[in-house]
Design a protein around this ligand. Sequence first.
Ligand code: 4AD
Ligand code: MG
Length: 435
Amino acid sequence: MERIHSGRIPGLKGQKILVSGWIHDIRDFGNLKFLILKDKEGTMQITIPAKKASKEVTSIASQLTKESVISVLGNVKESDKARQGFEIIPEKIELLSKSETPVPIDMSKKIESDLSTRLDYRFLDVRNEKSIALFKIRSKMLNLITNFFDSNNFVAINTPKITSSGVESGSELFKVDYFGKNAFLAQSPQIYKQMFVAAGFEKVYEIGSVFRAEKSNTSRHVTEFIGIDFEQGFIKDEHDAMDTAEQLMVYLVEGIEKELKDELKLWERKPVKMKKFPRISFEKAVELLADEGKKIPKNEDFDPEAEKLLSKIILEKQKSEFVFIYNYPYVKRPFYHMKPEKDSHGTKSFDLLWNGLEIGTGAQREHRYDILKKQAKEKGINLDEMQDYAKIFQYGCPPHGGMGLGLDRFVEAFLKLDNIREAILLPRDPERLTP
Ligand code: 4AD
Ligand code: MG
């Protein structure tokens, strides 16, 4: 008989079925024994009446431990006592893999295990409905992001993650021994996405691993994350890139809301309902923060507290979970961000915040070689030593811009998680290199 998953059982009352899964709980009342079995779609109750069950079934049932994997052949019965509305009366139980006891973390989550222990046993930690829902949402996001860029005629590129240098100021590089030479793990595909816009692809995107040797231990930083980068040529200004990001986020949220209703219900996530995101200048954001008593020192960027407060203000005033902040001060941005025509202290750059979290940074890039060279110099960078980057601008490069976003932060912001590590199967941070 073919195995079926728990999600299909409600329509099969009175029928004989074969199910498999992990034993989530065992409740023994002497004359009645209940096994709560879970598979990737949910849970089911296996009811074993001591008197009516066969010797074989009772004997196997007595050996079972929580988290063991079993197969059950049995009949589906309607039941108003079972949470699922049905129960399965077993004819045959097969023990496929017995779990050791006790399990190292509390799988029922009644006792909170600390995050570190949970991550040590991540494959057990995610063995529950809510975690499976989270990773289904993350998986769907990846799928929707690919669909979005594909249907908007962006070309998917895959660029090297072992490189000779970086361009993101302020982000530390991981050094790699490359056959005796120094190499670094890519801290962004920045150079390459600009390269292939200049190549004539015009619109490119990449979904890939990004590495940052930041020794900060925060709820929003990891040392390896999944970057979603896009870059587009012949833009009018940075607002074109903001338009793309806005359309992407709306498509993403609407797609998940449409396709993963049950998963969102488990996370008590209400619909986002937003098509256009407010766009406010850095200067205006500083004013809004000052009104709430938060002072931003001149030429300083927003700290996480300021970003949270800004999101709160925008949510209250404009009912939007998302907000773009544009025109960041030049002193805080990398040399390749274009300056506005009449404002040498600003940049045609922006950040996108979602529920208090920076989920992306973008800009119109400086494509005019002479100005780029000058800006690099202002920042103490010698462009002649970055030939691979400099070359891009010397043989015909259109005006262009784009953005780098982080998938892990999407999940963190969307589900309002306390920590980015919850959104990642096997997170990497300064303390964690296993499993
Ligand atoms: O803001 P970042 O550093 O910008 C860039 O990498 C530029 N090349 C983007 C561009 O096209 N101008 O990183 C982009 C995004 C952040 O907004 C955040 O979502 C994510 O990448 N990110 C991290 N996520 C998790 N852990 C970290 N340590 C992250 N650093 C950046
Ligand atoms: Mg940023």
